[in-house]
Design a protein around this ligand. Structure first.
Ligand code: GLA
Length: 414
């Protein structure tokens, strides 16, 4: 009898346990209402690669405020690879004790005290690209740790991920972040290998579309087993992706190289303008503490940034090209348009643009600029001199230097 009662007790407790176990339904979808416009911030990788430490990150937060970048809309201070120390006996990750002796929580508090947000980096595989501990097998523990530290943004890389399927791996970290309970932007960094634009919309807030950017305007850098791409190469690789971008879910053509010394001032301008209109995350990758006036002016051009942060969140499209001169359009809220002339060739080009003859139609969003019937006021967003003086009644004639842009905002004439 005792035996029977004991068996019944065991069955009863097992079913209670199972019932309890079944109560939690794993949620594999991202936090909603984050990154409703492309995220803006700074990341350590392009300039500093593995050389990160807490003092430098704090100084970068200070500089983001002092340079006017915070005022212009930049929010995230993101630590990329190599902040990691070891896992402890229970598997919890700790920062490198020499580089981050005060810990990430103290750093997050500092960044928050400046009105900014903190981003961190991990990897879906066993190790990060820089050989630090990856999150594979520790996803829920890591997400909990980041949430406790007060992290706001996670870039999640794809090195050493052999045997993993991208969609599943990124859903696992999204579920872990959800369970940890802090709204954290998830930046999917799997280089476009498994077409994240097709499955990423409810998994992350942005996804890299390509391999790494290389600090040149028009070149490919062959690293042997992998290649990095110049600004123009990355721009070309965005073809066919605009339909996937929108509020809360963005194509990410990688971080900016503005101010990193290899691009000329006009190339910096062209790079920043094109990233802005293709609704890319605007993540600066230069040393904000020592940037010169030109770079500051590029990164804080509020009218160019307004194109990027437009609430419709529509990615620009190329509507014509001729001999290295490209014509791009971005529909904006309230019927405005951004029109960009990009000279990617190595010689100056004459622009002779007769508005009334141009058909500019966004076939995904069914929006027509109707230049033949509507007159717009034109603002030149780089050459402050022309501001507010032109309309689409007259053809636009200009000489556009090599590797430069003309960026215009068109507003319906009342
Ligand atoms: C990959 C990413 C880069 C950077 C490095 C860090 O290459 O694509 O953006 O995060 O790893 O090791």
């Amino acid at each position: 009898m005792k035996k029977i009662i004991y068996s019944l007790f065991c069955i009863a407790s097992a079913s209670v346990m199972m019932a309890q176990g079944n109560n939690y339904v794993q949620d594999y979808t991202k936090y909603q209402n984050l990154a409703m416009t492309p995220p803006m911030g700074w990341n350590s990788w392009n300039k500093f690669s593995c050389n990160v430490d807490e003092n430098m990150i704090k100084q970068m937060a200070d500089a983001m405020v002092a340079t006017g970048m915070k005022d212009a809309g930049y929010t995230y201070i993101n630590i990329d690879d190599c902040w990691h120390g070891d896992r402890d006996a229970k598997g919890f990750i700790h920062p490198d004790p020499t580089r981050f002796p005060s810990g990430i929580k103290a750093l997050a508090d500092y960044v928050h005290s400046k009105g900014l947000k903190l981003g961190i980096y991990s990897d879906a595989g066993s190790q990060t690209c820089g050989g630090r501990p990856g999150s594979r097998g520790y996803e829920f523990q890591d997400a909990l740790t980041y949430a406790e530290w007060g992290v706001d943004y996670l870039k999640y890389d794809w090195c050493n991920s052999e045997g993993l399927k991208a969609e599943g791996a990124y859903k696992t970290i999204t579920a872990a972040l959800k369970k940890a309970g802090r709204p954290i932007v998830l930046s999917i960094c799997e280089w476009g290998t498994d077409k994240p634009w097709e499955w990423g919309q409810n998994v992350g807030h942005l996804w890299r579309t390509t391999g790494d950017i290389f600090n040149c305007f028009d070149c490919i850098k062959d690293h042997g087993s992998w290649k990095a791409f110049g600004v123009m190469q990355i721009l070309d690789m965005q073809k066919g992706l605009r339909q996937y971008a929108g509020p809360g879910h963005w194509n990410d053509p990688d971080m900016l190289e503005v101010g990193n010394g290899q691009l000329t001032p006009s190339e910096d301008r062209a790079h920043f303008t094109m990233w802005s209109v293709i609704a890319a995350p605007l993540v600066a990758g230069n040393d904000l503490r020592s940037m010169n006036k030109e770079s500051t002016e590029v990164l804080t051009n509020k009218e160019i940034i307004a194109l990027n942060q437009d609430k419709l969140g529509i990615q620009a499209f190329k509507f014509a090209e001729n001999d290295g001169l490209e014509y791009w359009a971005k529909p904006l809220a309230d019927g405005d348009w951004a029109i960009i002339f990009l000279n990617r060739s190595t010689s100056a080009k004459n622009v002779d643009f007769n508005w009334a003859e141009q058909k500019v139609y966004d076939d995904i969003n069914k929006l027509d600029a109707s230049f033949g019937t509507i007159t717009y006021n034109i603002k030149n967003l780089w050459d402050k001199k022309d501001k507010g003086t032109a309309t689409t009644k007259k053809a636009l004639k200009a000489n556009l230097p090599a590797h430069d842009v003309i960026a215009l905002r068109l507003t319906k004439k009342k």
